[in-house]
Design a protein around this ligand. Structure first.
Ligand code: MLT
Length: 245
């Protein structure tokens, strides 16, 4: 049963939670793990990030901090996925704090399994769901400071659309697994925009914020679908590693 995407249901704890922040935290996490980062550790507070990462050798850590779309002074990186090249992140742990995405992950960290989803690794998320068939799934969009976001909902829709196509091939219907009406709303949003995802990111309020900060290349990268076969999965609360499928 799938619940998506903006409101975290109060009960019960899900078998699987998928945190989604297309612009840009979960896109950045998948990219960093694909580029060879040893792990990604998330924090809601920059102070805590600085304290915990202090125990790591400088050559083994990278500190990434973003607020309001901009890099936090004193951090090595902001939150651009394009900075996460093998040369920069290879063999290091990425300690990251962002405005919404890392808070979203902290909210769902008690689920039995925690994954992160973005458009770039949509097919990896779908493969995991088909293989493991978790009973109760939350798809939680990070939104912006508590409110709805177009890009996270369209990503939930992209995951659900692909899943429903594959379930239909084996005679199962989406109606049988949809836990709430948002599931159908997210799929409708995706089917309307699937060939114009970059344009959708340009319409999104956070997309516009990033464009004002010269984020054109980031939007182009984040709008791509199924380019990385990488699944960030939580191995302990707040720490994600890569599961290759
Ligand atoms: C967030 O966590 O709010 C975002 O990832 C913001 C950003 O684009 O850096």
């Amino acid at each position: 049963v799938f619940h998506t995407p903006e409101l975290t249901p109060a009960e019960p704890t899900p078998d699987c939670a998928i945190a989604i922040d297309v612009l840009r935290a979960t896109t950045t996490m998948a990219t960093a793990l694909n580029a060879g980062a040893e792990a990604v550790q998330v924090f809601s507070s920059i102070d805590e990030l600085m304290q915990v990462s202090e125990a790591w050798l400088p050559e083994k850590r990278l500190r990434a901090g973003e607020r309001g779309g901009a890099k936090v002074p004193g951090c090595d990186l902001g939150n651009s996925p394009l900075d996460c090249t093998p040369e920069v992140v290879g063999g290091r742990r990425l300690f990251i704090s962002t405005t919404n995405g890392t808070r979203c992950l902290e909210r769902v960290q008690h689920a039995t399994t925690v994954l992160t989803g973005a458009l770039i690794n949509r097919s990896a998320v779908v493969s995991y769901l088909l293989q493991h068939q978790p009973e109760l799934v939350w798809m939680v969009g990070s939104g912006w400071e508590g409110s709805f976001s177009l890009e996270d909902t369209v990503c939930a829709g992209a995951i659900l659309y692909s899943l429903s196509q594959q379930l239909a091939a084996s005679g199962q219907s989406l109606e049988a697994i949809a836990g709430n009406d948002e599931v159908f709303g997210a799929i409708a949003l995706y089917t309307q925009w699937q060939d114009q995802l970059l344009q959708l990111l340009h319409h999104a309020s956070h997309g516009q914020r990033l464009l004002r900060l010269n984020g054109h290349a980031d939007l182009e990268y984040c709008a791509q679908t199924d380019i990385l076969n990488i699944l960030p999965i939580q191995k302990e609360p707040g720490v994600l590693i890569k599961q290759t499928l």
